[in-house]
Design a protein around this ligand. Structure first.
Ligand SMILES: Cc1ncc(COP(=O)(O)O)c(C=O)c1O
Length: 383
């Protein structure tokens, strides 16, 4: 029998997809499962793509993406987050944030390296780490408001640590780290020669303070890799546009991986992206206000039901402790789907440290949220 790469055999399809497939046939189910904005892509963005097709902008582009787009992304990042990146040598347009995660980790990891991640964690990093024959080291943040502390990091950093992942605002927890919190770990990060990979795909969706990136600290800039994109900010998950930023030396290595895995992203999506970061650069603010209303509504309903829940500061998820009703998150989520007819994602999908929690996405209309929360309330009242 022909066999396969053992590392590929060792990884699994994301538990989010697997669980959604498992429950999708349940009759009359209301899904609060998907991490995908429910808005239409802004009209100027769609029109830019249509124009690109009609104007035959249908050829390969630079591997790093079209220069006019990289120029515009550079201005967008400067205006929004005071991040300075040279469009000629420090930015790659990638196949979604997923593409940026993949090429970054493959550019820096060798066999035996360790990568530190805060758990519970989005399941998009560990399989890539495994494919690189490196090792994921999870830090349990379930008792530290889902953020790193200096003590935790100090304990986990070894001579094998190659990279620390900073996925803030976080999927699944909605937690973010602000400047003051980063300052508590700054000396440690300065002292150690370790890559800092910041997945900031939810940066436009922060509710209390402005988004702050680790790359804003000049002393960290060279070892920080920043990932962003348009999937969440502009409701463009299907267009597959991500941004990867880093030092010139890092980008020159990552570009080789991009070249041999994707060549470049779709020229049509690049035309759309140019409109998104220029004409439509602030459209995310309209969506943010709608998410804020939903977040406040869901928070008040969940606390009324009796859940212990952290009010999240970013993204569009609640990560909810259900241990007083049922300790096992798979059992809890499957029973909620079968009996209350509400679909959520079991916390264990986001590592073992997520067990005892469930993720609820509020990227759904108020009407859907209200119906789902009525059902959850009735179900919990019967426990
Ligand atoms: C934290 C995080 N990073 C990356 C991604 C992937 O984004 P993209 O669709 O741009 O590949 C997601 C999608 O849910 C995410 O939650």
């Amino acid at each position: 029998m022909l066999n396969f790469n053992q590392n590929v055999e060792d990884i699994q399809i994301s538990g989010i997809r697997t669980f959604m497939r498992e429950i999708h046939k349940i009759d009359d189910l209301i899904q609060l499962t998907i991490g995908q904005p429910d808005f239409d892509t802004p009209t100027p963005v769609k029109n830019a793509a249509i124009d690109a097709i009609n104007n035959n902008q249908t050829s390969y582009t630079d591997n790093a993406g079209k220069l006019d787009l990289r120029n515009a992304v550079s201005s967008y990042l400067k205006e929004k987050y005071s991040l300075i990146y040279n469009p000629n040598s420090e930015i790659i347009i990638t196949n979604g944030a997923t593409g940026a995660i993949d090429i970054s980790l493959r550019a820096i990891l060798s066999e035996g390296d360790e990568v530190i991640l805060p758990a519970p964690i989005y399941p998009g990093y560990e399989p890539v780490i495994t494919l690189c024959k490196a090792k994921a080291v999870h830090i349990d943040t379930s008792t530290t408001n889902f953020k790193y502390t200096r003590e935790q990091l100090e304990k986990c950093i070894t001579e094998k640590t190659k990279c620390i992942i900073f996925p803030f605002p976080s999927n699944p927890t909605g937690a973010t780290m602000n400047k003051d919190e980063y300052e508590t770990i700054l000396p440690l990060l300065e002292k150690n020669n370790i890559w800092l990979l910041c997945d900031e795909i939810y940066s436009e969706l922060t509710y209390m303070n402005e988004h702050f990136s680790l790359a804003n600290f000049p002393s960290l800039k060279n070892k920080t890799i920043v990932i962003n994109g348009l999937s969440k900010s502009h409701s463009m998950t299907g267009w597959r546009v991500g941004f990867l930023m880093g030092s010139e030396s890092f980008i020159s290595q990552a570009l080789k991986v991009q070249q041999y895995s994707t060549t470049c992203i779709s020229s049509i999506s690049q035309a759309a992206a140019l409109a998104a970061v220029t004409t439509s650069k602030d459209d995310s603010k309209i969506m943010l206000e709608e998410y804020r209303k939903r977040k406040d509504y869901v928070y008040s309903r969940l606390t009324k039901v009796g859940f212990d829940v952290v009010n999240p500061n970013g993204a569009f998820y609640f990560f909810i402790d259900h241990r007083k009703y049922n300790a096992n998150s798979y059992d809890f989520a499957i029973q909620l789907a079968n009996n209350a007819k509400v679909g959520v994602i079991p916390g264990s999908v986001f590592s073992n440290y997520g067990d005892g929690f469930f993720r609820l996405s509020y990227a759904y209309s108020m009407d859907t949220l209200k119906k789902a929360l009525d059902r959850i309330e009735n179900y919990i009242n019967l426990q």
